[in-house]
Design a protein around this ligand. Structure first.
Ligand SMILES: *[C@@H]1O[C@H](CO)[C@@H](O)[C@H](O)[C@H]1NC(C)=O
Ligand SMILES: *[C@@H]1O[C@H](CO)[C@@H](O)[C@H](O)[C@H]1NC(C)=O
Ligand SMILES: *[C@@H]1O[C@H](CO)[C@@H](O)[C@H](O)[C@H]1NC(C)=O
Length: 180
């Protein structure tokens, strides 16, 4: 009995000292740096190959001038340049709700996953309010994985082009991200 207790105490000491070592290594061996980059988001908002789809809406959404209550999910390609044929570097997956009764504002949650280039395998998560009446919208970066562990920062997004005939939007996303 006493031996088991001793083992438990020893074990928890070993675990906590490992955690402490890992923490101090992180704080002393790496310095936070600022990374800035732009990607383009290719969105097809309707049609058979839509990358942004409605999943739910309230019974009153159609009567709302701001689509209050609409919920959509998206999985859009990320490219280096604005053209659809431009090199693909990842995808952004997430959802938004039209969450304002007075203006066209999206409450968004999305993760940018990079699958090429120097950020391959890393992700950045953005959560915030996207007020569509503004030419440039700003949202917080709340975290990341891989190269972007402990990330914080913000994104600025604007509509690069809209092609209503082909149901395509291209959005520019400028990242300003602090990470280790
Ligand atoms: C949908 O995507 C497939 C595969 O990329 C493509 O072959 C097809 O032409 C697309 N259809 C439409 C309607 O865009
Ligand atoms: C709202 O409008 C859409 C698109 O016109 C339609 O498909 C849907 O049935 C309408 N929903 C309600 C609850 O009226
Ligand atoms: C991205 O990383 C994965 C996993 O390491 C690898 O299989 C893949 O080839 C890489 N892609 C590019 C374009 O470098």
């Amino acid at each position: 009995m006493a031996l088991t207790l001793m083992k438990l105490i020893l074990f928890s000491f070993l675990v906590s000292s490992t955690v402490l070592t890992a923490k101090s290594e992180l704080l002393t061996s790496k310095r936070e740096k600022l990374t800035r980059f732009r990607v383009y988001m290719q969105e097809k908002f309707a049609g058979s190959n839509a990358t942004d789809i409605t999943v739910a809406q309230a019974s009153t959404t159609n009567q709302s001038a701001t689509s209050f209550g609409l919920v959509r999910v998206f999985d859009d390609a990320l490219t280096v340049g604005p053209e659809k044929s431009s090199k693909k570097v990842g995808a952004v997956q997430g959802m938004f709700a039209c969450a304002s009764q007075s203006e066209f504002a999206l409450s968004m949650s999305m993760t940018f996953t990079f699958t090429a280039g120097k950020y391959n395998g890393s992700t950045l998560t953005v959560v915030g309010s996207n007020l569509l009446s503004l030419k440039v919208r700003e949202m917080p970066i709340v975290g990341g994985t891989g190269l972007f562990r402990l990330a914080r920062g913000y994104v600025r997004t604007s509509t690069y082009s809209s092609d209503l005939k082909n149901e395509l939007f291209v959005l520019a996303y400028d990242f300003y991200v602090y990470h280790y």
